[in-house]
Ligand binder design. Structure first.
Ligand code: FO1
Length: 317
């Protein structure tokens, strides 16, 4: 069996740990198509937070408490940059993490596309799934927000890390998405998949930028594989992160039903065939979508693998 997962950062990475565990049990292959909208250039280095969260988590090197970057991290580079007064000072690069950004930036500067750079980095981390960026092209999430009384478009990282999303926010823009092409292997993986899963990642700033790549969306929406989404909202609250702020900006209810309706049924121009919700949300009804309830708290690998089994069951594969 071939499983494709559209995913963002830490929530998606934890979901992928369960996907990998379940795939090993049933002998399936997994391809993760990862959001690049959070990517940013800082201090001359190309940072890919979601690719790195997935790679470090599956490679057993992620910091479980911070939720991003490397476990056992040190911060000498950050401290030294601060002593130079180098901006942005609100964004922290750990020393170990910096090595990843140096290798990535060197390879990108030498002309390798992000997909090949990611494959090279994964040789070290052996994530056990094929990791593909959604696109090799520039695609960045920008946020239109009021900053000190002035309406501006700022990079997603500035909105989230510097302002913690706590500024009047009007919309999210996926700069470059319209002309971006799916990275090599993405459309092929979706076309050959037995099931496509939407990880319980932020629907607005993790999954939406992936689906904003026109040929990628087309491959998912019109492909042969059933598409099953896993709700990132349990009983009215996001599993983690800022999905509530993002959904609020779009005027979408922070609920399993709200996010399911945002993705929409494939039959109605959306992407979903099935929507897996938590048992506390078992009354959820999305027109045109099969809804199933299962425990969705990803407390450990076994519980997460059980969630994945429920998603495959819903897909009928
Ligand atoms: N999150 C923070 O809250 N503060 C930081 O200084 C920060 C630095 C950082 C560096 C590399 C990286 O891969 C991620 C980093 N993050 C940081 C996490 C990141 O901002 C977001 O949580 C994700 O982009 C959302 O998935």
């Amino acid at each position: 069996m071939r499983i494709v997962v559209l995913t963002g950062g830490i929530g998606g990475a934890r979901f992928l740990v369960g996907v990998r565990a379940h795939a090993r049990r049933i002998g399936a292959e997994v391809t993760a198509v990862v959001n690049v909208g959070d990517d940013v250039r800082m201090h001359g280095l190309q940072i890919c937070p979601d690719l790195d969260s997935v790679m470090y988590t599956l490679g057993g090197a992620a910091d479980p408490e911070r939720g991003w970057g490397r476990v056992g991290e040190t911060w000498v580079v950050k401290e030294e940059l601060a002593k130079y007064g180098a901006e942005p000072s609100w964004f922290g690069l750990g020393d170990k993490d910096t090595a990843t950004h140096l290798v990535r930036t060197t390879m990108l500067t030498a002309g390798y596309p992000l997909s090949q750079v990611t494959a090279a980095l994964c040789e070290r981390w052996q994530p056990g799934v094929t990791m593909l960026p959604a696109t090799d092209d520039r695609l960045e999430t920008h946020v239109v927000a009021d900053i000190e009384g002035e309406r501006k478009a700022i990079h997603f990282q500035e909105w989230w890390v510097r302002y913690r999303g706590a500024v009047p926010t009007h919309r999210f823009v996926f700069v470059g998405a319209e002309t971006a092409k799916p990275a090599p292997g993405v459309v092929e993986a979706i076309a050959a998949a037995d099931v496509v899963l939407l990880a319980p990642s932020n629907p607005v700033v993790s999954v939406a930028p992936i689906l904003a790549v026109p040929e990628l969306k087309e491959a998912v929406a019109n492909g042969p594989a059933p598409v099953i989404g896993v709700s990132p909202i349990i009983n009215g609250s996001p599993v983690r992160g800022m999905a509530d702020r993002c959904l609020g900006t779009l005027g979408v209810e922070v609920s399993a039903a709200g996010v399911g309706a945002l993705y929409g049924a494939r039959s109605g121009g959306g992407v979903l065939d099935g929507w897996l919700v938590d048992t506390t949300d078992d009354k959820t009804d999305i027109p045109g979508v099969r809804v199933k309830a299962a425990p969705l708290w990803m407390k450990n690998e076994d519980l997460t693998a059980a969630m994945v089994a429920s998603a495959l069951d819903l897909a009928g594969v």
